[in-house]
Structures are given as C-alpha cells and as structure tokens.
Design a protein around this ligand. Structure first.
Ligand SMILES: C[S@@+](CC[C@H](N)C(=O)[O-])C[C@H]1O[C@@H](n2cnc3c(N)ncnc32)[C@H](O)[C@@H]1O
Length: 237
C-alpha cells in the first residue's frame, strides 16, 4: 500500500525518529546551505522592523532561533512543532542557548489555537513541504489570522529548481546523497523522505497563491537557482 506522506502521524513519526541527527545531517549534507538560507530568510524582512512577538512555525529543534535573535534581538519567540523528539531537542536548545526564554509549544500547527492578531512576525523554515495543498491553504489562513495588522511573514522551502541541469544535480543530491549521509547516522529511510516531500512540493508558487488569496501582500523569493523558494510579505493594515 502506498504511504500517505501527508498523514499527520507518519510525518510526526519520521521527524521524531531523526530528531537527534537532523541538525547535523542537515548541515553536512547541505554543505552549510540550510543555515545560510535560514539567515537569508530573515534578511528578506525590511530594515528597521522591530517585531515584539515572533511565531516560528514547524520549528523543529529551533534551528531558526539564532537567526531570528541576531536580526531582532528584542523579539519574544513562540515556537510550535508536533514531533515529540524535535520538541525534546528544542527544549534542550532553549535552555542551553536562550535561557528558556522561547515559548515552545508541542502541537499540530493545523489545529493550534493561537491568539488572533497577536504576532508581529511569522517565520517558517522548511516546514511547508510536508503539507498537502489544502493544509497549505490552512497555513495561509492561520498566518493571516494570528498576525497583527502590518505584521510580516517569511517562509522558505526546499524546491525543485527550474533549470534542467541544476534540477538534475539537485535531485541527485537530495535523492541519493542526503540519504547516504543519513545512512551514516542510522536514518537513511527517514532522510529519503526529503526527496519525496520536495519532489511533490515542487516550489512555493501554490503557497504564494494561497497566501495572496487571504489578502496578504506576498513577494516570491528564490534561493540558489531555485533549490529553495519562498515568499515574504505583510498583512495590510
Ligand atoms: C523539515 S523540519 C524543519 C525544522 C526547522 N524549522 C528547520 O529550519 O530545519 C519540519 C518540521 O515540521 C514539523 N511538522 C510537520 N508537520 C507539522 C504539523 N502539522 N504541526 C506541527 N509540526 C509539524 C516536523 O515535526 C518537523 O520538525
């Protein structure tokens, strides 16, 4: 039977199992690009912005928090992820590097009861690809709902590059090289999912459409020949 990759329990289990090695494999197998892209994600936001409250969706072990704090030292971070393994690592990261100041929520983003109009910034790194199209529309609605008027958002996701040669090379990389690194750390099967999710996601255009449909002002972003795509924007006042 074909596995439903968008099944909540399936994704939760995959990410929980690889939580102990996720960051290391990610850094090594992306040759540092995943870290660079998270930094660039924050750079999409305008200079002079001072968000009081930031929401990190699909927060994993908190890989984006250093970048958020570097860019916006005064912001309070709320993070949400549903994989027990990831949240366990996130709590450790919080205590070790952030004085326990990050509010870490364990829960399904698709069911989260986050307050209306509360956040000034919503960020999300590499969390969209494990969502089906109707779930993407839900994230667009959620972002619109939780942002204060004038609030900003920035999302990034691994994607299939438009150029044939780069797409061939990148596909080979995520299909075979990343799982090989995963294999070294005992999680080849879990890291193989990067290919399945990314090839199904393709790029962020459908997410851009879903966010635009919510009345948000959206600008598309492309990173390194389209190996990652994303978008940023604003909730109109
Ligand atoms: C590829 S990781 C990204 C983690 C991190 N943001 C980063 O920059 O690497 C995707 C994360 O999304 C979480 N996730 C997937 N679907 C979710 C859902 N419906 N609710 C909450 N978390 C979810 C997984 O547990 C996983 O930690």
């Amino acid at each position: 039977m074909k596995q439903d990759i968008y099944d909540r329990h399936f994704a939760q289990d995959i990410f929980s199992r690889l939580s102990g090695t996720y960051d290391t494999v990610n850094r090594i197998s992306s040759f540092g690009y995943s870290t660079k892209w998270r930094r660039q994600l924050l750079q999409q936001l305008p200079i002079g912005l001072e968000p009081k409250r930031t929401l990190d969706l699909f927060s994993g072990i908190g890989e984006t928090w250093h970048h958020i704090k570097d860019r916006f030292p005064g912001t309070e971070i709320t993070a949400i992820d549903f994989s027990p393994g990831m949240v366990l690592q996130a709590n450790k990261m919080n205590l070790l590097h952030f004085n326990g100041d990050v509010k870490v929520l364990k829960g399904d983003v698709l069911k989260a009861e986050l307050p209306n109009g509360y956040f000034d910034l919503v960020v999300c790194a590499f969390g969209l690809k494990s969502l089906a199209p109707d779930q993407l529309a839900h994230i667009a609605k959620l972002t619109e709902r939780v942002l204060a008027p004038g609030g900003r958002f920035a999302f990034i996701e691994t994607s299939m590059p438009p150029g044939r040669l780069v797409r061939m090379l990148f596909s080979f990389h995520i299909r075979y090289v990343v799982p090989a690194f995963g294999f070294i750390f005992g999680h080849a099967e879990e890291f193989r999912m990067l290919w399945r999710y990314t090839s199904a996601y393709r790029n962020s255009q459908h997410a851009v459409d879903a966010f635009s449909q919510e009345g948000l002002e959206v600008f598309s972003d492309s990173y390194f020949y389209g190996c990652a795509t994303g978008f940023h924007g604003e909730k109109r006042r």
